[in-house]
Each structure stands twice: as structure tokens, then as C-alpha cells.
Design a protein around this ligand. Sequence first.
Ligand SMILES: Cc1cc2nc3c(=O)[nH]c(=O)nc-3n(C[C@H](O)[C@H](O)[C@H](O)COP(=O)(O)OP(=O)(O)OC[C@H]3O[C@@H](n4cnc5c(N)ncnc54)[C@H](O)[C@@H]3O)c2cc1C
Length: 391
Amino acid sequence: MASEVAAAPQVLIIGGGVIGCSAAYHLARRGLTDVLVVERNTLGSGSTSRAAGGIRLQFSNEVNIRLSQYSLDFFENFNRYTGLCEDECDIGLHQFGYLFLLTDEQAWQDFQENVILQQTLGVPVETLTPARLAERYPGLEVSDVLGATFCGKDGHASMHEVTQGFARKARQAGVRFWEDCAVKNITREGRRIVSVETDRGTIRPETVIGCAGPWSGQLGEMAGVDIPVTGYKRTLFFSEAFDELSPTQPMTIDMGTGLYFRREGPGFLIGETDESQQAGFDTSTDWNWLDTVVEHAIQRVPAFERLRIRSGWSGLYDTSPDHNAIIGKIPELDNLFVATGFSGHGFQQSPATGLLISELVLDGAARTIDIGSLDIERFRTGRFNLERNIV
Ligand SMILES: Cc1cc2nc3c(=O)[nH]c(=O)nc-3n(C[C@H](O)[C@H](O)[C@H](O)COP(=O)(O)OP(=O)(O)OC[C@H]3O[C@@H](n4cnc5c(N)ncnc54)[C@H](O)[C@@H]3O)c2cc1C
């Protein structure tokens, strides 16, 4: 079975999450359509399906701001850029903003420095005093807050629609998608990957793009290279309809506890990072975590005492050691690129990432955004690129 060649595409993309689908779309848009995407489950069923859909410009380092600026413009004009009409694809972009609440002196200082950088790069972000905050968002308890930052362009969109939109356009252009097809082994000859064993037989690609999300470390092991990305469980809860806060309440992030919440239809989506989670691949819903989240939520919004939680899910953050993506070629191999390790901001960076992957493959270098700081070499040389605005 494994020896028969099932396909020999110019480009093989491993992983059909939002990143793999965006890469396929962007390659096809540039005319490279001899592309095969293999996904062991269904498209978008990995971390992509578990995300909060958040999109923001408020990052602490320049490359993330630039990736987000490109991507936000893409989301704002998704139908125009892809050519999909809204009946076919409505990504449900809501720009209610992201509101960061700071309760720690050092963090508040850092956020004000971030705002200067963000404004220099053209991000319409503002700082708010506690008095202004209380006036604008009356439901929030802000007696311990030193200040806040707000950007009204930030928001959220549907991961499902974005992923399917990319896949649909790529498929129309001729890209093939094989679902229920897991990669089991990778064979190298010298500096090249020569074959990839899958459930559907051997694939002999010219170029491989690894988009395996939290499972990228496993993919690296198959290819004999170290890709320092693994999964960390994160949990979200969803409430019944709740009308005691504004229907346009922004994504509100309490940087003191890590609690965050935003509107999800008539109800709320609520989450908080459980720092005690160990690396792993378990995605069973962590109901034990709900008590902590609710306690912090009620402290921040007393009316949340009447909030009724109706469901929840857990998923995996695709975490790299410095909480930033790894986008680029793997130095030991001439035909392996990766786009992974987004550490909780991969959905929102998917348009820019797909574009940059297409440039790396077709032009030999990323042209639109300088992503030199996102190469994998940084972990080997200690040139870390820490992102401090982690949610
Ligand atoms: C609770 C939670 C909240 C989040 N909130 C946000 C947010 O608000 N905003 C944001 O931008 N991001 C958010 N994220 C992060 C975001 O979900 C990820 O960064 C993004 O989805 C990564 O996309 P991906 O395509 O790289 O990975 P994935 O969606 O995980 O796709 C990788 C795919 O590879 C497949 N695969 C793996 N191994 C193999 C193999 N051997 N063979 C074949 N297929 C394979 C998997 O099945 C999977 O479908 C959140 C994540 C979680 C868990």
C-alpha cells in the first residue's frame, strides 16, 4: 500500500486548519494550483474549531502588529478579496474592540509603551483612565484598575467561515483536499523530503508545508527535525442570553487574572488561561476550571452573578517557546517550510501567513512583511522574540 505513489503534487500541505487552508488559497491565487492538502480529520477540526475568533491589532511587538494589520484588512474585505459573495460565505466580522484592563503597575507601564509603538504603526488605539472606563462601561468593577487600552478596530469573526472560504476558493482553482488522511511517516534523502506516507498511500511532493498546529512537533519528529511547538489546553465557556451588559461589549481582558469575555450572539463567551496546564493533547472539556473563571468574572462584572453557563469546550493552543509563530523554511531541509506555533493568535494571523507562505514558496523570500524574526533559527541562537500581550 505504502509503496504505490498516490500523488506527486508540486506542494503538499500537511494540516487543513485555517493556516493550511489560507496557504492553499494564497498559492492558488498566485497560480500555483498543483497543491494537495492532507488533513487527518476534517478541515478546520483542530485548534481552529476551538478558538475564540478574536482579531486584534494590540500586540507588543512590531511583526505581530504588521501581521494583524494585513490580516484585519483582509477580514474587513474578505468577500471582495476572495470573490465569494456573502450568500456563500459570511465571516461574521464584528468590530466591538478589545479592551485590556491593567491592575499591575509594571504591566500598565508596558501597555502604555506598547500603545506608543502601536500608534506609530498606525493602530487607532487609546488609553483610558479608570474614570473614563467606568463612564464608558458602567457594568465593570474598576476600583483596582490603573488604566486600560482600547482599539475599536479589533473584534472577532467565524473561524469556520474563514477556513471554509479559503478552502472553497482554493478548491475552485484546482487545489485538492484529502480529509481523513493522516501523515504517518516522512522519508528524507539528504536535504530533501522525498516521500510522505499517508492513510491513502505514498505522496511524493516537490515541496512540503507543515501546518499541523499543536501537532507540529510530532511532524518535525517524523522529518527528523526539531520543531518546538506543542499543545496546551485552553477552555472556553458559553452563556445563555444576557442583556445586562452592552450588546456591543468589547472583548474585555483582565490582564491581572487572565480572564476574558466577549459577546457571542445574545450571550457571552468567557475564558481564562489555566497556567497549571501541562503540555499535551487532551481536549476534554475542563469543567473543573469553571469555578475559577466564574469567580473572576463576577469580581470584574458583578452582574455576571446572574449569568447562566450553557456549554463549553477545550482546545489546544499551538504554543512556541516565545509565544510567536514560526514561519519559514527549515534550515536542514531544502523543501520543508512551516507555519505554526501561533500560541493563541493563529486564526487572526491566517490571511497574512498564507500570503507569506506563498511568497516564500514562489519568490524564495517573504516580501510583504519582514518576518526575519519569526524564523526557527531564533530558538537555536537564543534570539527570542517574546510577545507580551498574550491572552
Ligand atoms: C480556546 C482557544 C481560543 C483561541 N482563541 C483564539 C483567538 O481568539 N484568536 C486567534 O487568532 N487564535 C485563537 N486561538 C488559536 C488558534 O485556534 C490557532 O492558533 C489556529 O487555529 C492555528 O491554526 P492551524 O491551522 O495552525 O492549526 P489547527 O487548526 O490545529 O490545524 C492543524 C491541523 O493539522 C492536522 N494534523 C495534525 N497532524 C496531522 C497529521 N499527522 N496528518 C494529517 N493532518 C494532521 C490536525 O488534524 C489539524 O486539523 C485559540 C485557540 C484555543 C484552543
